[in-house]
Write a protein that binds this ligand. Structure first.
Ligand code: ZN
Length: 116
């Protein structure tokens, strides 16, 4: 998994390679020619990577992928979708998905007994 910094560095690298290709420096160094259009694609790809890296900054990965679970109806939600941490269905308190069944072993047992 690439981090935000490596997105940025790879993006800069792609733009750099793109400019070398576009100015014909690539064929000078490596002996085979690459069309100028490929250089432009590299530059676009680099800019997109950098913008993606900047966008990720706004929504940190651990926040974006964090699940919360209702302690009443066991329904799960994305934490970022429910800012007030209240279940939209039953208005009960929502908790972190992580370690939920350790804190509420009775709910885990309840699910198991349905299978028996
Ligand atoms: Zn609920």
């Amino acid at each position: 998994m690439l981090t935000r910094i490596s997105h940025f560095l790879v993006g800069i690298g792609a733009i750099f390679v793109g400019f070398i290709i576009k100015q014909g420096g690539w064929s000078h160094h490596y002996g085979f020619s690459v069309p100028n259009e490929v250089g432009i694609l590299f530059v676009i790809f680099g800019i997109m990577l950098i913008l993606y890296g900047l966008f990720k900054k706004c929504v940190p990965e651990n926040e974006a992928s964090k699940f919360i679970i209702c302690s009443e109806c066991s329904k799960t939600f994305y934490a970022k979708d429910i800012p007030d941490q209240k279940c939209p269905k039953c208005n009960a308190k929502l908790e972190d998905m992580e370690g939920f069944y350790e804190r509420h072993p009775e709910l885990h047992d309840g699910e198991k007994s349905l299978n028996n």
